[in-house]
Design a protein around this ligand. Structure first.
Ligand SMILES: Cc1cc2nc3c(=O)[nH]c(=O)nc-3n(C[C@H](O)[C@H](O)[C@H](O)COP(=O)(O)OP(=O)(O)OC[C@H]3O[C@@H](n4cnc5c(N)ncnc54)[C@H](O)[C@@H]3O)c2cc1C
Length: 550
């Protein structure tokens, strides 16, 4: 059945995603072109991983011990040299101007005696993480401190914000993107958004794994939209897991900067175990090392119910008061005393290092299509450093906005009628999307998360195929159901991209640990690229890198 007549909305620049990258892109684009539209599956400025983030931005601020080169080096070290160095240099160079821009847009950063308060996060060789000021009730939505002023600015600047619109397909003419199709979830209608240029800023794919700390709608849509438009993804095997997720008495991601102030991990026997796994850095090791160490302790039965302890009792009271006062108060409200109690923590899927291949201008392989923020790959390599993602979102969001707008200003208007689209209403399968999705996410956690092998990844691949078949037997009853169906179909494709890339890389590097290939191997210096030739027919290529930094 055809889903009825399609309403059209025209724009110069169409932005898919209302998180930090999308809003930063909009603020740049409106400076050049008049018609900028931001589409968001939930509500722009109230969604995505930016909302639940800790509000920490890494930045090299001139005048201290830090340097641009040192920041680049730290990021490359953490990424095990898999990063695109050009993108990393842009990140480092543009980090201070990005903070200045954010302040200009009304974002407030924590300061001490008028100076930025800079924290030392694991993996960075010096303190360079700045944090936003957030309100007393915003412990679990600290990103609001960034998003609220940006959303206000974007509306004041005249961009059109369309909330509760899930983009389901990019529309192409020949080798150029000319818009997108979206389902308005509130009005229950299909809309054709035509545009001169399109920016993908729809975030990562943490929700692919049953244990994660991502916002509910972060299901990898940008990746499946790109795959279905023939745009390749890189480094999809590199998924970051966050080591210190508290589940009880509240669900909360506990900041890595606690380690910089003296917190340590302990196993069920009370032993500090990080020194065994990372003798040099111990509790200042990177997230990948911490997660693998925790899984090591779980495997050796030195954990309690798959959890270890975060012991903050060694943090000196002044440091706790200065840097973690709000967290301390929040936990106290839930009956936890950080100065006495050890906090039970375990890893959860956190961040997609891989993503859409972009160049320094955020251009993708498809003319007119740009990507920025977590959905773009290349900046972080095999493992992301703490607080580098928000800086990335604002730096590359701005670049994408500027470049897309200047492309749109020059590009000819391609008038193309809305594409015809058919929804699958003939299926007889009775399974709900939720049932199939739970199975998919459980399979990804159990077989393709922190510790992988050919056997576990092959099992994951087989189960993904099974999910796809189960889904194809289902019909759709209405627009919302159709949106859920397509979201899950996309999740199956993205899960397959992760698994196929992880199967391809027969070594361990950064966040990608293969117990059948437990060491780094120089043969694998380069990136694994995954593209979809036609539905479910993937091409997986290894592209050697010749500019390795070590
Ligand atoms: C718990 C947590 C804490 C973190 N803390 C930090 C930190 O302190 N510092 C740091 O640097 N990084 C942190 N990160 C990572 C960082 O928050 C993200 O990488 C970053 O916010 C991504 O920004 P983005 O704009 O690319 O995507 P997001 O903020 O995730 O925004 C994506 C947007 O796309 C929309 N969307 C998705 N699919 C569709 C679709 N099909 N159609 C339309 N819209 C769609 C979403 O609704 C959302 O508005 C944290 C992450 C988590 C999960």
């Amino acid at each position: 059945m055809l889903p009825g007549p399609i309403r059209s909305v025209e724009s110069d620049v169409l932005i898919i995603g209302g998180g930090l990258a999308g809003l930063a892109a909009a603020l740049e684009a409106v400076r050049t072109v008049p018609r900028v539209t931001v589409l968001c599956k939930r509500k722009s400025g109230m969604s995505g991983n930016t909302l639940v983030s800790g509000g920490g931005f890494a930045a090299f601020l001139p005048g201290g011990d830090d340097s641009c080169e040192r920041y680049v080096q730290d990021t490359m070290e953490s990424g095990k040299g898999m990063n695109d160095r050009t993108l990393v240099e842009i990140l480092a160079r543009q980090s201070a101007p990005a903070i200045e821009r954010l302040e200009g847009w009304g974002v407030k950063f924590m300061r001490l005696n008028g100076e930025f308060m800079s924290k030392h996060a694991p993996g960075h060789s010096c303190p360079r993480s700045l944090y936003c000021e957030f309100g007393p009730r915003e412990q679990t939505i600290r990103g609001l401190a960034v998003l609220r002023p940006l959303r206000d600015r974007v509306s004041q600047a005249g961009a059109r914000l369309m909330d509760h619109v899930a983009v389901i397909q990019l529309v192409k003419k020949d080798d150029r993107v000319i818009g997108a199709l979206g389902i308005d979830l509130a009005q229950e209608e299909l809309i054709y958004f035509s545009a001169q240029a399109v920016i993908l800023a729809a975030g990562g794919a943490g929700r692919l794994f049953s244990r994660n700390n991502n916002s509910a709608e972060i299901t990898g849509d940008a990746f499946s939209l790109a795959l279905n438009a023939g745009v390749p993804l890189r480094d999809m095997e590199f998924v970051q897991f966050y080591p210190t997720m508290l589940h009880d008495p509240v669900k909360l991601t506990l900041s890595n900067t606690l380690f910089g102030d003296g917190a340590v991990l302990r196993n069920a026997l009370g032993e500090k175990f990080m020194v065994k796994y990372a003798p040099q850095d111990a509790d200042m090791a990177t997230r990948d090392q911490m997660c693998q160490a925790i899984f090591g302790e779980i495997g050796a039965k030195r954990a309690v119910a798959d959890q270890v302890y975060l012991d903050c009792t060694g943090i000196p009271a002044p440091a706790l008061e200065r840097s973690h006062r709000r967290l301390k108060q929040y936990l106290e409200q839930h009956g936890v005393d950080m100065q006495k109690d050890w906090l039970p923590v375990s890893p959860a899927a956190h961040f997609s290092m891989g993503g859409i291949r972009i160049n320094a201008c955020c251009e993708t392989s498809l003319e007119g299509l740009y990507a920025a923020g977590e959905c773009a790959g290349g900046v972080h390599g095999a493992n992301r450093l703490a607080t580098n993602a928000l800086t990335e979102a604002v730096v590359f969001g701005s670049i994408a906005g500027e470049r897309a707008a200047s492309f749109a200003a020059k590009a000819g208007n391609l008038k193309v009628p809305p594409p015809r689209i058919v929804w699958p209403d003939g299926g007889t399968g009775k399974e709900t999307c939720a049932e199939i999705r739970n199975f998919l996410c459980k399979t990804m956690w159990e077989n393709a998360s922190i510790i992988r092998s050919k056997e576990s990844l092959s099992r994951a691949w087989e189960n993904i195929r099974h999910c796809r078949e189960r889904l194809s037997r289902r019909g759709c009853a209405g627009f919302r159901d159709w949106a859920k169906y397509l979201e899950l179909k996309g999740m199956c494709q993205v899960a397959e991209a992760v698994v196929r890339a992880a199967l391809c890389r027969e070594e361990s590097r950064g966040s990608h640990f293969r117990e059948d290939f437990p060491r780094e191997n120089t043969r694998w210096i380069g990136s694994v690229e995954v593209a979809m030739m036609e539905e479910h027919n993937f091409r997986v290529d290894f592209r050697p890198s010749h500019g390795f930094y070590r």
